[in-house]
Design a protein around this ligand. Structure first.
Ligand code: TRP
Ligand code: ZN
Length: 903
């Protein structure tokens, strides 16, 4: 039954320390899918710093059988979802509390707490899942020592895992067995985990710098063992990196990763026992793409890095979530960059990360769910595992590093752990440690103002205006900042914005930088820190009209408003020494053409929704051609430059969005680029074939990415000309590809160009991979995400949902169809007849009854409804209102739709 939680908001300002501490927890599980028995024996004591009050323990969907205090029966009451104990021993002495409950893992479709996936038990406790296992003080500032005993049928559940060290195991009567685990570190309950089932492990022993030996294990189902090598390598690299870069060693004898195919998110950093979505563990060249390999590396890194940033030092309360998530995303981004041997590959990774920020976080920050990196209130914490907490939070940490330098930041981390190891702390504590370790830094000087990045929502805009005086040889650059209102925050104050800046001459030369009061010019690039609403910088001895290259490397998460002439953007694209801004110039050129064409009255054939005007001019096409043919640029970078801004990103630049027009214009641009550069694409395809053994390194994956883009462009050009050669080549490549990247790219090229060969290719693909769940997800997702032609995708999606391989209960599968359509295919989803929205409303409601977290994420697909043009706007609003009117709705989904309607 769906229980309706009270929709009361929790406020950061209301934080109070717990009334009790839990020092030790001894948990004993008798695992049974239908009825698992949980005996929880705790040692508690009053928190004498706060006034005496009853003990209120959280619990959800539990059957309570027994409560004993110091071995004796006691009175208790149930108040909502809390167990309240009022007659506890007085005084500061510790006492024993024993609670016996049962729960039903087999019926747990929310995948929070203890659940069963493919006959194996797993747990997910972050943020508030532990209360679905036993009654507890389910809050991160209560840290305890855990001993866990697991008992289960040996034949069905031969592997029994929990956090820490295995101290005892053995046989029991009736074919059962047991294992006892002791975690040597205190932890909050959200880091508790257990796993029980038929699993096998890839194992590796490593020796740390200290000489200590560690056992690493990656547990999967028997048939998947051959897909664990890359995850294991990623773990080994992560451990070495954290030691080398931050001096943070692995603190456990044994470190385990376990994969499950039913998981709400990517992975979870439970102490010593990380649980992963199979998507971020399993990879073989035949089944996983280059992107999958890269994601596995960064997610394995991310969860491992939490071992210090999250587990050793954790969050005081859930408002501080970005303390661990923003910092750990920053760390995994740095890790992936440091693994790149080549500077260009580092830049590619940076561009990819910024692209995620701009296509997902900027819209969030401009919509009804906008919230600060450290939120002030929430109704359901699960809704705040957002791109703002994660990605914007990482940018805030990155700015700190920029302001104190790389070595200064490492010193700050050291001080953070000296001060706070074993504690549950706040974002303030982190920023203070970084600043205190660098007392002479700009960060230390500006700390209170810098911390507005934690408290203010919304994406700041920086407006840049430059004026060159040829006679005086001066260049005057004025930078002004502003930030739009967000829900609950009408007025904003200036933030600290690090601006990495260089000046180029129109011929591409780097100009020396000299401010009026400097005695000497400086070569290259320099950091300026904008703190006021508006500041003017005057450069002297400037011997040519400069083109400013601002925010190099994307030095701050802001929107830069600047009126570049096309010639200036072309100069930056051709010559900027900063690869990020080089790419950015290309994006601006593309965006400008898209926006002009969307705003114009030209080109649309209303009946078909297609767009037949020429949008791209010769100068643009030539610039793109020279990037594509460039002898020195690497393939991964070229692929990024030649990929047009997404429909979502284009839409964000508009005040009123007609999604069909955005789609038609972008498709027309793609088609024009395909035709105009046909010979160059053919050249690129031929030049970027690799026939050696597959490796997922940045250089070869870049080559495959560019070849893949080329092939899809060639198939698109063929669609216009009626040529059959390239679709034929794509089909051939699809059949003979030596790895999943090339195969999926070839299939994508056929599906994306709508060629008749797409159908047999899809059938063949399904037959080849019918037993590979993660590959089937790709098969579903490719079809649900294909470019819409005359409204054909929604019927396809409905057909896919009737396919025997579809299941709404498996989050990966639901995402591969429903999210690929609603959240990743705007041209198909936003239909003039409103049928896309009606479908969305049905699916949100259906999912909500099974899994509120997944439903609430889907609910966010209409976040930006108020920007839509009619008739989309009204229809979208009606659909949201229909969901909001449902009689039973989880508080997860309720919070999202209520905010959407209010904002
Ligand atoms: N802490 C996890 C991470 O980012 C996130 C996570 C995994 C999560 N599973 C979850 C958050 C379930 C909420 C609910 O590494
Ligand atoms: Zn995380």
């Amino acid at each position: 039954m769906q229980r309706e939680g009270p929709a009361t908001a929790i406020h950061r300002a209301d934080y109070a320390p717990p009334a009790y501490w839990i020092d030790t927890v001894d948990l004993a599980f008798d695992l049974d899918p239908a009825k698992t028995r949980v005996l929880n024996r705790m040692r508690l004591r009053r928190n004498t710093d706060v006034a005496a009050q009853p003990l209120r323990l959280d619990g959800e969907e539990l059957n309570l059988a027994r409560v004993l205090v110091n071995g004796q029966g006691t009175s208790f009451r149930i108040d909502g979802e809390q167990l309240v104990l009022e007659n506890l021993p007085e005084g500061p002495d510790a006492f024993d509390l024993e609670i016996f409950t049962t729960c039903c893992p087999a019926k747990n479709t929310k995948l929070m707490g203890l659940f069963v996936s493919q006959d194996t038990f797993f747990t997910q406790c972050e943020a508030e899942g532990f209360r679905r296992i036993t009654y507890f003080l389910d809050r991160p500032d209560v840290m305890a020592s855990y001993t866990v005993t697991l008992r289960a049928d040996r034949a069905q559940y031969p592997v029994l895992l929990s956090n820490g060290n295995l101290v005892e195991e053995g046989s029991l009567a009736d074919g059962r067995h047991f294992a006892r685990w002791v975690d040597p570190f205190k932890k909050p309950c959200y880091l508790f985990a257990l796993v029980a089932g038929k699993l096998v492990a890839r194992e590796q022993r490593i020796r740390a710098r200290s000489g200590k030996e560690h056992l690493l294990q990656v547990f999967v189902r028997r048939g998947d063992l051959d897909k664990t090598e890359h995850a294991m390598n990623s773990l080994v690299h992560s451990i070495a990196w954290d030691e080398a870069r931050f001096g943070l060693p692995l603190d456990l004898e044994r470190f385990m990763i376990v994969a499950t195919s039913d998981f709400n998110m990517g992975a979870m950093e439970n102490k010593g026992l990380n649980i992963f979505n199979t998507k971020y563990v399993l990879a073989s060249p035949a089944t996983a793409t280059d992107v999958d390999f890269a994601n596995i590396e960064s997610v394995v890194g991310h969860e491992y890095f939490h071992n210090w940033t999250g587990d050793r030092v954790t969050c005081r309360d859930w408002f501080q979530l970005s303390l661990k998530e923003g910092l750990t995303v920053f760390r995994d981004q740095e890790f992936s960059q440091d693994l790149c041997a080549d500077p260009s590959a580092r830049a590619v990774k940076r561009i990819e990360d910024v692209r995620v920020l701009r296509t997902a976080q900027f819209p969030e920050d401009a919509g009804p769910m906008a919230h600060p990196v450290r939120p002030d209130s929430y109704i359901e914490i699960s809704n705040f595992y957002t791109v703002t907490i994660y990605e914007k939070g990482a940018e805030v940490v990155r700015m700190m590093q920029t302001l104190v330098g790389r070595d200064g930041f490492a010193k700050g981390m050291t001080l953070y752990f000296e001060r706070h190891d074993g504690q549950a702390v706040t974002c303030d504590d982190f920023a203070q440690a970084i600043a205190d370790a660098n007392p002479q830094s700009e960060l230390a000087r500006l700390l209170p103002q810098f911390k507005r990045w934690y408290s203010q929502a919304g994406t700041p805009r920086v407006k840049a205006e430059g004026r060159y005086d040829a006679d005086a040889r001066t260049y005057t650059l004025t930078l002004s900042q502003s930030c739009p209102p967000t829900p609950g925050q009408p007025d904003k104050q200036p933030v600290v914005i690090p601006v990495q800046l260089g000046l180029l001459a129109h011929d591409g030369r780097a100009l020396p930088l000299q401010l009026a009061h400097w005695t000497q010019p400086e070569a290259g690039s320099r950091l300026f820190v904008l703190t006021e609403a508006s500041e003017t910088f005057q450069f002297v001895n400037v011997d040519a009209a400069p083109v400013p290259s601002l925010l190099r490397g994307f030095s701050a998460p802001v929107i830069l408003d600047i009126d570049y002439a096309d010639a200036e953007l072309l100069a930056l694209l051709a010559h900027d020494s900063d690869p990020f801004n080089r790419w950015e110039a290309g994006q601006r050129l593309s965006l400008r053409r898209a926006i002009n064409s969307i705003a114009g009255s030209q080109g649309e054939t209303p009946a078909t929704g297609t767009f037949d005007a020429e949008i791209l001019d010769a100068a643009y096409i030539e610039a793109m051609r020279s990037v594509l043919r460039h002898p020195a640029l690497d393939a991964a970078f070229k692929e990024l430059v030649l990929t047009l801004p997404s429909e979502g990103y284009i839409a964000e630049q508009l005040d009123v969005v007609d999604p069909q027009r955005v789609h038609a214009v972008r498709e027309a641009m793609r088609a024009q680029l395909a035709t105009a550069l046909q010979a160059d694409w053919a050249w690129a395809w031929e030049q970027h074939q690799d026939n050696g053994a597959y490796t997922p390194d940045p250089l070869s994956s870049g080559r495959r990415a560019l070849a893949g883009l080329a092939l899809s462009q060639l198939c698109l050009a063929a669609r216009a000309s009626g040529d059959t050669v390239w679709p034929g080549k794509a089909y051939q490549r699809f059949k003979d590809a030596g790895n999943m990247t090339d195969r999926a790219n070839a299939l994508q090229a056929l599906v994306g160009s709508g060629h008749a060969l797409a159908q047999p290719a899809l059938e063949r693909f399904h037959a080849l991979f019918k037993d590979e769940a993660l590959v089937l997800d790709k098969w579903f997702s490719l079809q649900a995400g294909a470019p819409d032609r005359g409204g054909d995708i929604l019927p396809t999606v409905k057909k896919l949902m009737a396919h025997p391989d579809f299941s709404l209960k498996n989050p990966n599968r639901a995402r591969s169809v429903i999210f690929s359509f609603c959240s990743a295919n705007p041209g198909a989803f936003h239909r003039a007849d409103g049928a896309g929205y009606a479908f969305w409303a049905e699916q949100v409601k259906a999912l909500d009854a099974l899994n509120p977290q997944v439903a609430a994420r889907l609910a966010r697909a209409l976040d930006r409804w108020s920007k839509l043009a009619e008739p989309y706007r009204q229809q979208a609003r009606d659909a949201i209102a229909r969901v909001a009117a449902a009689s039973t709705l989880s508080k997860d989904t309720r919070e999202v739709v209520d905010r959407a309607l209010a904002g």
